[in-house]
Structures are given as structure tokens and as C-alpha cells.
Design a protein around this ligand. Structure first.
Ligand code: TNX
Length: 532
């Protein structure tokens, strides 16, 4: 019933046509307008404001790329036009208005980011329209839109498997299309270190060797030039890139390159930690963070901080750590972990960066105004509560349903499950903050949501696409669209439209409506291992 409400009905030639706005994420205020607009080669993109000229060119390029139509950008209108205009009266850093009328399009916003969001809504309408004889006919709408959450993120783990520049840019393109605005790049972990650091070249050269399946795979990493390229590409799309340099755990690849800083590990996780009992560890990691800060413009670094207990047992007997515990009056290994995190966080604060950490760090008593906590352990709701009670701004990324390495279908053969649970598209879409029992007083501290593509079992581009598309659309709506505007029936309709775009673009997507049409892509080796 609720689903029906979002269908706007209008009459045309005497027929009632149920019409739903196809934009993903679904806009928070949308009305139908009678009639159609036809874009032709004579339609001009009008923009006489240098502050949004780049966005006008982005629109021009995307229209050419996706439809073949070449529109010119200029300051004066000839006939029908797409007009981009900054207007201070529109409230909200990312808010925009999009009016598509039979005689032209207006996109207005107070910021360039808002204009960019409006452009992406228009691009969605254009891409889903019919192009005939170089004419594009689009349905008319009046949209006033702004996001529910400021942080709408996606994490890609490239330590376990490396995907490379082309894949990263493809992800950034789709993120922009769906108004996702934070790219969390997990670049270091146990199998490999993927970021060139000039002061310590072996981090990439030696640490870059291997992946989750094959410890001997040739070194693969991002050079500093490539990082700058990605950061600029993302900035053009209003996406902040946040690097994650995981510490003091998940440090095995770094320790392979510079074993002198290793704090040891466990049988299952050898050489897993950095050594918090050595002073030189702090200056070593400090230099790494300084170079990282220069490369990334977001003024935020994620320091990980998760699962340290997987491999810190050697700390107990390490003379340096024992001395540190005595000198600093640290009662146990958790206190050592927090001491380490606080010291590294200080380095970031001196660089005018915020520190971002997984929810283990809610116990570490870092300054509230410079720390963001990522709640990932859905089975530890008390950790979310603690982060909020302590006043931290928090991002929700609970494994269930936000980890996209989890299976999405009972027929899937390779991927994670949580005690038998899988993450279907509908389960993900049903995610609701109200189920988390966050008090009203703390709601404003929840600044957003984020999904993670962890890649232990995602080894190819096809598999990555299969796990992400179309789940990325649900993520986008959870981040952007208000609960009362969401509807599962409307969403299914929108997803069906998006699947058409994936087909056009050659994306190996998963079809939630007809899973047998898009079988799970597995390599011959994976199939052989499964049947063993
Ligand atoms: C947990 S998220 C991890 C990752 C794994 C992921 C697999 C987090 C802080 N740690 O290291 O890749 O689960 O789903």
C-alpha cells in the first residue's frame, strides 16, 4: 500500500499512466510535471559562472559518453537549454533543485556540489530515456532534494586483492552517479601493502608482493602519481578519498618489508602487529602518515585499529613493551593498544587530520572533535552505544547488512555467511536506524552509512561487480532517502531500470529477480577448490 503512494498518476491522451521517478537514490521531494522535454544537438548547456564551469563540462562530457549527443556549453541561450545556476537561497551543502519542463531544464543549488548532484539526477533521467534520431525525450519532473546523511561511503579492500586504476575509476564513476561521497580505500593489511611510500620503498616493492590466494603474486601497488590521479578524479566527482593504513594489527605486509618494526603475531596471523614498545616504530609510522597526508586531500586517515588481539601475544614478553607498560602504567595489552593509537592519532592531529577508527577504538578515549568511529561489529551493539554515549560522531557499517563480501543468494558458492545468514538486496534495503535503538539525543551523531567490499573471496573484476551491483543502489538509498520516502516496490522498479544500464555498460551484475540469468562468476581454480 505504502509503495503505491509514491506512484504519481497523470493523464495523457485519456490514459492514466502510473509514473514513478526512476532516479536512484530516490529524491526526497519529487513531483511530476505534464509533458516531455526533447533534448537535441541544438540544446545548450548554459552556465555563466566560473565557479560551476567544471560541472557544466562534466555534464557535457557525460551526455556525449552515454548518448552520443554533443551539446555546447555557453553563457547565452539559443532555444531550449539546460541552465546551471548557483543560488544562495537553497539550503544545504549538497541540496539541489532540478526542474525538467517541456521548454528546458534548470538546475540550481547553493554550492557546486549541489549542482553536481542535480547533474547526476538529470544524467539518470537522460540515460533511461529513449534516444531517437539524435533526440532524447525525457519525462518532466520538479525535484527538491537533499541527503539524509552527510557520509555515504564505500570501502574497497585492495590488500587482499588488487584491482587497479581502471576498476577504481569505474567505482568512482558509479559512486558519483548514485551520489555516494566517501571512498574508503583499504590499502594495507596482511597479504599486501599497496601504497608507495618514498621514505620506505620496500613497503610497496616487497610489501606489495602477494595477495590473499597467492603469497608469491608479483608486487602490485599504487604509485604516488597514481594516487594523486585517483584523488583528483574523485575530487572532480565530489568524492573524498580516505586511505586506511591499518595499525597496530593487520600489519603483516609492512612487517615483511621492514621486520625490525614487527611486534610479532600468532600461529594463525604471523607478524601481525607493529611493535608498540619501540620508539622508532612511532617515528617510522609518523613518516608514513606524513607522506600519506600529502597525497590525500581529505584531511582524514583511517588508522584501522581492529582485531589487534588476533596477534599481539608476543607483546606480553617483549622487553620494550614490558618497559613501556611499567613507564606508562599500562595495566594490560588493551591499554598498550590504546596508548599506541593515541600516539599515532596525535601525529595525525599535528597534521591537521582527523583520525578514523573501527569501533574497538570507542574504548580509547580520543578527543571527540577529531575522531570518527566506524561501528562494524553488528553483534556488538554495546560498542555503538558506547561510541555514542561518549559523544563520538559515528558511521554505521555493521557487517550485516553492509559487508558486500557476504553472499546475496542461497545458491552462491563462494563468499561469507554469518552463522548461515546472507545479505539479500531486500534485507539490505530494509536496514533501518530505528532497529538499532539509538536514543533521540544521540541521533545527530550518526553522520552516515558505509558499505565494504572486503576481497578475501573476491578475486576478479567480474566477481567484484557481481557483489556490488545492484547492492550499491540500496546503499545509496539508505544513505540519501528518508525512511518515509523509501518503498521496496518502488525500489524494485528502479533497480530493474538500473540493470538495463549495467547491461549497456557491460557490468557483470547480479540479477536479484532472475538469479539464474547471472550465475556467480568463479575461476576454474575456485571451482576446483570448491569441489575438493
Ligand atoms: C572484518 S571490518 C574485517 C576485515 C575482513 C572482513 C571480512 C574489519 C574492521 N575487519 O579485515 O576483511 O571482516 O568480512
Amino acid at each position: 500500500m505504502k509503495g503505491l503512494l509514491i506512484f504519481a498518476c497523470f493523464f495523457w491522451n485519456g490514459y492514466a499512466i502510473a509514473q514513478q521517478c526512476p532516479i536512484v537514490p530516490f529524491p526526497n521531494d519529487v513531483k511530476t510535471i505534464n509533458g516531455k522535454l526533447t533534448l537535441t544537438v541544438n540544446t545548450q548547456i548554459i552556465c555563466d559562472d566560473d565557479r560551476i564551469n567544471e560541472q557544466a563540462i562534466y555534464l557535457q562530457q557525460q551526455i556525449l559518453k552515454t548518448t552520443g549527443l554533443t551539446l555546447s556549453v555557453g553563457a547565452k541561450s539559443t532555444n531550449s537549454a539546460i541552465t546551471l545556476k548557483l543560488e544562495n537561497s537553497i539550503e544545504g551543502a549538497e541540496a539541489y533543485r532540478l526542474d525538467v519542463k517541456p521548454n528546458g531544464v534548470n538546475i540550481t543549488a547553493a554550492t557546486a556540489h549541489g549542482i553536481f548532484n542535480g547533474i547526476n539526477s538529470l544524467l539518470q533521467l537522460i540515460r533511461l530515456s529513449v534516444v531517437k534520431n539524435n533526440n532524447i525525450s525525457i519525462t518532466c519532473w520538479s525535484i527538491k532534494d537533499s541527503p539524509r546523511f552527510a557520509w555515504r561511503g564505500l570501502l574497497l579492500d585492495e590488500s587482499r586483492h588488487y584491482f587497479g586504476m581502471e576498476m577504481v575509476k569505474e567505482l568512482l564513476d558509479w559512486m558519483a552517479f548514485y551520489k555516494l561521497n566517501k571512498f574508503h580505500w583499504h590499502l594495507t593489511d596482511e597479504p599486501a601493502w599497496r601504497l608507495e611510500i618514498k621514505a620506505y620503498p620496500k613497503l610497496a616493492l616487497t610489501g606489495g608482493i602477494g595477495n590473499f590466494d597467492d603469497p608469491k603474486a608479483p608486487s602490485q601497488y599504487y604509485t604516488q602519481e597514481q594516487i594523486k590521479d585517483v584523488v583528483a578524479y574523485a575530487a572532480d566527482r565530489f568524492i573524498d578519498v580516505i586511505p586506511e593504513i591499518d595499525m597496530p594489527g593487520h600489519a603483516s605486509a609492512a612487517n615483511k618489508a621492514y621486520p625490525v618494526f614487527s611486534g610479532g603475531g600468532s600461529t594463525k596471523h604471523p607478524e601481525f602487529t607493529f611493535n608498540p614498545g619501540l620508539d622508532s616504530t612511532y617515528s617510522y609510522l609518523g613518516r608514513i602518515l606524513r607522506e600519506t597526508d600529502v597525497l590525500f586531500q581529505s584531511q582524514m586517515v583511517h588508522l584501522g585499529g581492529d582485531e589487534v588481539s588476533f596477534g599481539n601475544e608476543k607483546w606480553r614478553t617483549d622487553p620494550g613493551v614490558v618497559k613501556l607498560m611499567q613507564d606508562q602504567h599500562l595495566a594490560d595489552l588493551t591499554a598498550v593498544e590504546h596508548y599506541f593509537t593515541a600516539r599515532m592519532a596525535d601525529t595525525l592531529f599535528q597534521l591537521n587530520n582527523k583520525v578514523l577508527l573501527w569501533d574497538e577504538a570507542a574504548d580509547a578515549d580520543l578527543p571527540r572533535d577529531k575522531t570518527l568511529i566506524f561501528w562494524w561489529r553488528h553483534d556488538h551493539p554495546e560498542q555503538l552505544k558506547k561510541a555514542l554515549d561518549k559523544g563520538y560522531f559515528t558511521i554505521l557499517c555493521p557487517r550485516l547488512p553492509f559487508y558486500f563480501d557476504f553472499m546475496q543468494d542461497s545458491t552462491q558458492r563462494l563468499g561469507r555467511k554469518w552463522k548461515g545468514a546472507i545479505v539479500t538486496l531486500d534485507k539490505l534495503y530494509a536496514f533501518n536506524l530505528n532497529d538499532l535503538q539509538v536514543s533521540n539525543e544521540h541521533r545527530h551523531q550518526i553522520i552516515g552509512v558505509q558499505a565494504g567490499i572486503w576481497t578475501e573471496f573476491i578475486t576478479t573484476k567480474e566477481k567484484l561487480e557481481y557483489m556490488l551491483f545492484p547492492r550499491i543502489t540500496a546503499l545509496a538509498e539508505i544513505g540519501w532517502t528518508l525512511d518515509e520516502k523509501k518503498s521496496i516496490t518502488g525500489f524494485h522498479q528502479r533497480v530493474l531500470d538500473q540493470l538495463k544500464l549495467y547491461r549497456k555498460d557491460g557490468i557483470y551484475y547480479y540479477n536479484p529477480f532472475k538469479p539464474q540469468q547471472t550465475p556467480e562468476p568463479l575461476t576454474a581454480r575456485q571451482v576446483a577448490n570448491l569441489s575438493e
